[in-house]
Design a protein around this ligand. Structure first.
Ligand code: ZN
Ligand code: ZN
Length: 392
């Protein structure tokens, strides 16, 4: 199935889903992964009658894709300017107030649209600027590294604190397959980690729905599950960096992103494992440490939770009494999570980290985050339930 068919099918299914939640209209006009993505992007810009665009990239993604895209635009005499987002004082590219102001200063009346040429961070900066300036943005992923390309949420760091703002999704996405295949291996491994995180996020969502009436949409859940399964099936091709594997990985990440977009909240793709990752990220920020890729963190935190959730459930006495009559259903949810060894094995196969030590996270931080990360979000996860029981 090509990506345009994917959007049409999800839109149609959304209309028939009677889960009771509002389903967002997916306003992405077109998406493409392939060899002539930049030519397709240029034709799209001409079709839209845009006169001038702003390319937002960082030093690396400009070299990886921005130059090539710029050349394609120049051949068509299309006007564009470039904003290379600078790194912060420790050399990281972060979506903070400094980067945002740098980008906003480049946007004036002559700009018709913004092009996010990069990975998740460049997309977060562009998405926010797009919402604030009212100029549409187009996604040009340079690595299959996260599921957030098409989402509404922009996690930003303001005065050292991370906060997610609801902004806008892109109007189109064009991914050059060669650029994706040439991306650093750890970026691809991170994208795979963000997909594996769906084992625990989906389990947490099913649990939250059962225990705390968290809003639930079976369509968004099954789209996310299907994306996860497609990806795991192609783990060997992804590990080898083969075209088919990379294509399936990005398509799965996009499908997971669309499920969130449809549902309007991040439940399908973000559970306790994402809360642990936010906790670690905040700790790194406070200590001025270099950030670790989002997908690398959530891959590792999924391994930790696969272990914790199984142990918690099998130890029985830790389960709140109120849950006893639902233990069969909870057992079913727990059995949907592979074992720690299986999740870690999949991560290792693609060359991704599978232990906190590999991320530079020590035992003290792991233990503290397992006790406190659930406080970062209001969402009812097994991690939250586990902690409530511990404190009783
Ligand atoms: Zn994620
Ligand atoms: Zn629904």
């Amino acid at each position: 199935m090509n990506l345009e068919e994917m959007i049409a099918e999800i839109e149609a299914l959304g209309k028939t889903c009677n889960c009771g939640n509002n389903h967002n209209h997916i306003s992405i006009e077109t998406m493409f992964i392939g060899t002539d993505a930049f030519a397709k992007c240029s034709s799209f810009l001409l079709e839209k009658k845009f006169k001038r665009v702003l390319l937002l990239a960082d030093q690396n993604t400009y070299v990886a894709a921005g130059e090539k895209l710029g050349n394609t635009l120049r051949e068509l005499n299309f006007e564009y300017s470039v904003c290379i987002i600078e790194s912060n004082k420790i050399g990281d590219i972060v979506a903070d107030e400094v980067a945002i102001v740098q980008a906003l200063l480049e946007i004036d009346n002559s700009i018709d649209a913004l092009l996010a040429v990069g990975s998740g961070t460049i997309h977060d900066i562009t998405r926010f600027c797009s919402a604030k300036s009212g100029k549409p943005f187009i996604s040009i992923p340079t690595a299959a590294s996260v599921d957030g390309f098409t989402s509404l949420g922009a996690p930003l760091i303001v005065r050292g604190v991370k906060k997610t703002f609801q902004t806008v999704s892109p109007i189109a996405l064009f991914a050059d397959i060669e650029v994706l295949m040439n991306a650093p291996k750890e970026m691809t491994a991170a994208g795979f980690g963000d997909m594996l995180a769906k084992y625990t996020s989906l389990a947490d969502w099913n649990f939250g729905r059962l225990i705390a009436d968290e809003p639930f949409c079976p369509l968004a859940a099954s789209l996310t599950k299907e994306a996860l399964e497609n990806c795991v099936e192609k783990v060997d091709e992804i590990a080898l960096g083969e075209e088919e594997g990379i294509r399936i990985l990005l398509a799965s990440l996009i499908q997971s992103g669309l499920a969130m977009l449809l549902f309007g909240q991040s439940h399908p793709a973000s559970g306790g494992e994402h809360h642990l990752s936010h906790y670690w990220e905040m700790e790194f920020l406070q200590k001025n440490r270099h950030q670790v890729l989002h997908g690398a963190k959530v891959g590792v935190s999924s391994v930790l939770l696969a272990n914790l959730y199984r142990d918690w459930f099998s130890s029985g006495e830790l389960l709140p009494k109120a849950l006893n009559n639902r233990s069969e259903k909870i057992a079913e949810i727990i059995s949907s999570i592979p074992t720690t060894e299986q999740v870690a094995g999949l991560l290792k196969k693609v060359g991704g980290p599978s232990t906190p030590e590999e991320l530079g996270i020590n035992n003290e931080l792991v233990e503290r985050s397992l006790k406190e990360a659930h406080l970062l979000r209001n969402r009812f996860t097994m991690l939250k339930c586990y902690n409530i029981k511990l404190s009783q």
